[in-house]
Ligand binder design. Structure first.
Ligand SMILES: C[S@@+](CC[C@H](N)C(=O)[O-])C[C@H]1O[C@@H](n2cnc3c(N)ncnc32)[C@H](O)[C@@H]1O
Length: 207
């Protein structure tokens, strides 16, 4: 199903390129600086938002069909080094304390283990580094939460393992991140009413 998801996501990206999510991406990625790793980079919708503050950009994406689309969007800030890797978020192919920013947009819903992915983000971040996130999360509202549970098997099949019910903020806090500048919204469109989003920056508590 990874091929089908890559095709559907690429098709759906036409709307994302100009809709509110594009604005959220822009605001979030303005904070990315220095050496950056983006986990689950997908088909590259974040790329146009990186600024000259980025000196090195490592894009990890395990789905080969997504990577094919990503290659068509490989536009990066002048002077920045860019590398593309097939790594999973649970095993980021970088040394400890080697990046200033980790970026995760619409990925923590899909990783096999949020705890492992977040531990990896902490491992590769230098002291003072930032984890920038934009994620759709489980709803607090009981009606929406019920619908998310009903939708979960379908999302798993057609969105390549996406689980709409996750308490991603709780997982970040449990992993030892301190959340800063949290913004809440919801995905656009009709189905978006059932998909609350969180966006912000997190730093690793003292280690
Ligand atoms: C909904 S797409 C989001 C893509 C992109 N980050 C964006 O904002 O448009 C989810 C992405 O997460 C990737 N993914 C799924 N499991 C992953 C994992 N364990 N590690 C890294 N990426 C993963 C998928 O291949 C897919 O590209």
């Amino acid at each position: 199903m990874s091929w089908l998801f890559a095709q559907l996501y690429e098709r759906g990206s036409r709307k994302q390129k100009t809709g509110p999510i594009d604005g959220w991406r822009h605001e979030l990625l303005a904070q990315a600086a220095g050496e950056v790793v983006e986990i689950g980079a997908g088909n590259g919708l974040n790329l146009k938002h990186y600024t000259d503050a980025v000196t090195r950009l490592v894009l990890t994406e395990p789905n080969q069909h997504m990577r094919a689309h990503l290659r068509t969007r490989l536009q990066v800030p002048d002077g920045a080094e860019v590398e593309l890797s097939e790594g999973y978020a649970e095993a980021i192919p970088l040394p400890d304390n080697s990046v200033d920013t980790v970026v995760s947009t619409l990925v923590l819903c899909s990783v096999k283990s949020q705890a492992a992915a977040l531990a990896e983000a902490q491992r590769v971040l230098r002291p003072g580094g930032r984890f920038l996130f934009l994620e759709h999360v489980g709803a607090d509202d009981p009606g929406k939460a019920l619908l998310q549970r009903v939708m979960k098997p379908l999302c798993g099949i057609f969105a390549d393992g996406c689980n709409p019910t996750r308490n991603t903020l709780g997982a970040m806090e449990a992993a030892g991140f301190e959340i800063e500048g949290l913004q809440r919204s919801q995905m656009p469109g009709l189905s978006g009413r059932f998909a609350p989003t969180i966006q912000g920056s997190a730093k690793v508590l003292d280690r």
